[in-house]
Design a protein. Sequence first.
Length: 94
Amino acid sequence: MHVYLFQKEPMNTKLTLTIEKEVIETAKKYAKEKGQSLSEMVENYFKLITVTREKIRPKQLSPKVRKLRGIINSAENFDYKEVLTKELSKKYGV
């Protein structure tokens, strides 16, 4: 009798997004500079923004992201959404 144990791996699913061509081109260049695929970047971003809904376990993150966790300390009341909104408004003149 043989017993095989399989560790359940997360199942990947294809996702189609509609994004401005210039944004995609810039994101591809950025991903290449960082040694990541665009899919990895999008997946990691989705994990980041959903962290308040479900606590991310280290094994769920890519090895590169795991290495970066905890290297930046911010103030307790730091609101990244506020800073992001402000910087994007400056960038696009809104």
